[in-house]
Every structure is written in structure tokens, then in C-alpha cells.
Design a binder for this molecule. Structure first.
Ligand code: 13P
Length: 252
């Protein structure tokens, strides 16, 4: 049985104080919570302060991106060592906004994923097709390419530890969620791909989140699908009440 994993990606929102306030409110609700892993991903500036709040609770911290080198002359970048130091347990890698706005490639995703694992954190690797790719019947091809390049040269025991987030680009921030059936179809494809390459055990253990307009009203139906193990929530994670409701509805 895979443990549900609900993560909030706060993107480029929230001051340090706002982030701390949300963390305090979430901690009150989920100080101890055994039914799911709860993860929040504030902007870099708020990571350490948010960690101070949640340190003794069941809530875990994620960063939204990372450079692969441990340290060095890389102006403007942030390293795995620094994220670990700030209290991060997870790092979101290859989010569609990074791929499409900042031109991040699958090769860079692969380097980042390996660096996250090397430093003892867990990567949440985002994959997903654009609308024209789906409309042109290329969804599976796109997913396979992102997975094969993103996971290149990784061993099954590493792949077992990672989290994959299926985030169809057309469903992100658009209010247009994939139907539970559309999401399940993609998740099943991803799990089968992992099984083909890394074996049955890895495929049965790896957790696959859905992301794209997840709301309190649609999370339960998504979670009811066999291969959907959690959610990566954007907009609805910025509001305490809706994120709390999503978590509660996810484990109903
Ligand atoms: P929304 O939930 O706002 O659609 O964003 C999804 C997302 O990009 C999470 O990483």
C-alpha cells in the first residue's frame, strides 16, 4: 500500500511572514498526522523560517527547484547542501513552468534529480504534456521521453525513492482539471513504464502525484483512482482552508 502524499507548491507567492502564518495554521491542524505525507513548498526566502515552525510536526518542507552542484561560483543558484541546511526533505524538479518559461531540459532535470538523491533528499519529478501534444496523440510519447531522459542511468533502488508528479500543462492554473479517468490513464502509463524499466517492486512502490487545478471538490475522485497516490497542488495550497480541506478529502 502506497502512502498518500499531498504537496503544496506555493510558486512565486508569499512573503516570509505570510508563509510562516500559513505554516503555523497548518501545524495546528496536522501536528501529528499519520494518514498521509504532507509537504509544503514555500519560496526560497521563506524556507528556513517555515522549517523553524514545522520542525517538530508531521509536515515536511520542499523546495521548488535547485542547481546540481554542491557549491561554487554559480551566481543566483541554490544548492542541495543549502536546501538541506534550510530543512528541506523534498525538492520539486522539472516543473512545467521551469521547462517552458526557463527552458529547462530533460538533461538538466536528470542532473538535478541525481543531485537531490545524492544529498539524501527526495525529488518530486514533474512530467506532463502540453495541450497540442495531447491533441496530436503524442501524450504517451512525451511522457516516455521526459521519463527516460529524466531518469537516465538511475538504479531501481533510487527510482523507488523518488516521487513522480503528472502535471498536464493544460490543466495547470487553468481551472481545467484532467478528469479522473484521463489522469488515471496517464498514471497507469507511467507506472507501467517504470515496471518495464525497473521491475515490478519499484513500480508498485513509486508514488505518482497528480497536479493541475486540484481543489477540495475534485481531490477525492482523483485519489480514488488506482494509480493516483497524491496531489501536487498549486493555487489551492495558497489558502489554508482549501489546502486543509484537500488533505482531509484526500484521505477520506
Ligand atoms: P494549480 O493547482 O494552480 O493548477 O497548479 C498546479 C501546479 O503547477 C503544482 O505544481
Amino acid at each position: 500500500m502506497r502512502r498518500p502524499i499531498i504537496a503544496g507548491n506555493w510558486k512565486m507567492y508569499k512573503t516570509i511572514q505570510d508563509a510562516v502564518d500559513i505554516a503555523v495554521a497548518l501545524k495546528r491542524k496536522f501536528y501529528t498526522f499519520s494518514e498521509a505525507d504532507i509537504i509544503i513548498g514555500p519560496p526560497f526566502t521563506a524556507l528556513a523560517k517555515v522549517h523553524d515552525v514545522i520542525i517538530d510536526s508531521s509536515i515536511m518542507l520542499a523546495a521548488q527547484d535547485m542547481y546540481w552542484e554542491a557549491e561554487g561560483a554559480f551566481t543566483g543558484e541554490i544548492s542541495p547542501m543549502m536546501l538541506k541546511d534550510a530543512g528541506c526533505r523534498y525538492v520539486i524538479i522539472g516543473h512545467s513552468e521551469r521547462r517552458h518559461i526557463f527552458g529547462e531540459t530533460d538533461e538538466e532535470v536528470n542532473k538535478k534529480v541525481r543531485a537531490v538523491l545524492k544529498h539524501g533528499m527526495v525529488p518530486i519529478i514533474c512530467v506532463g504534456e502540453k495541450l497540442d501534444e495531447r491533441d496530436n496523440g503524442m501524450m504517451f510519447e512525451v511522457l516516455e521521453k521526459q521519463l527516460s531522459r529524466g531518469l537516465k542511468d538511475m538504479a531501481a533502488e533510487d527510482v523507488m525513492r523518488i516521487v513522480i508528479a503528472y502535471e498536464p500543462v493544460w490543466a495547470i492554473g487553468t481551472g481545467r482539471t484532467a478528469t479522473p479517468q484521463q489522469a488515471q490513464e496517464a498514471h497507469e502509463f507511467i507506472r507501467n513504464y517504470i515496471e518495464r524499466l525497473y521491475g515490478k517492486e519499484t513500480a508498485s512502490k513509486i508514488r505518482i502525484q497528480y497536479g493541475g487545478s486540484v481543489k477540495p471538490g475534485n481531490i477525492a475522485q482523483l485519489m480514488a483512482q488506482e494509480d493516483i497516490d497524491g496531489a501536487l497542488v498549486g493555487g489551492a495550497s495558497l489558502d489554508v482552508n482549501s489546502f486543509v480541506e484537500i488533505i482531509n478529502n484526500a484521505v477520506l
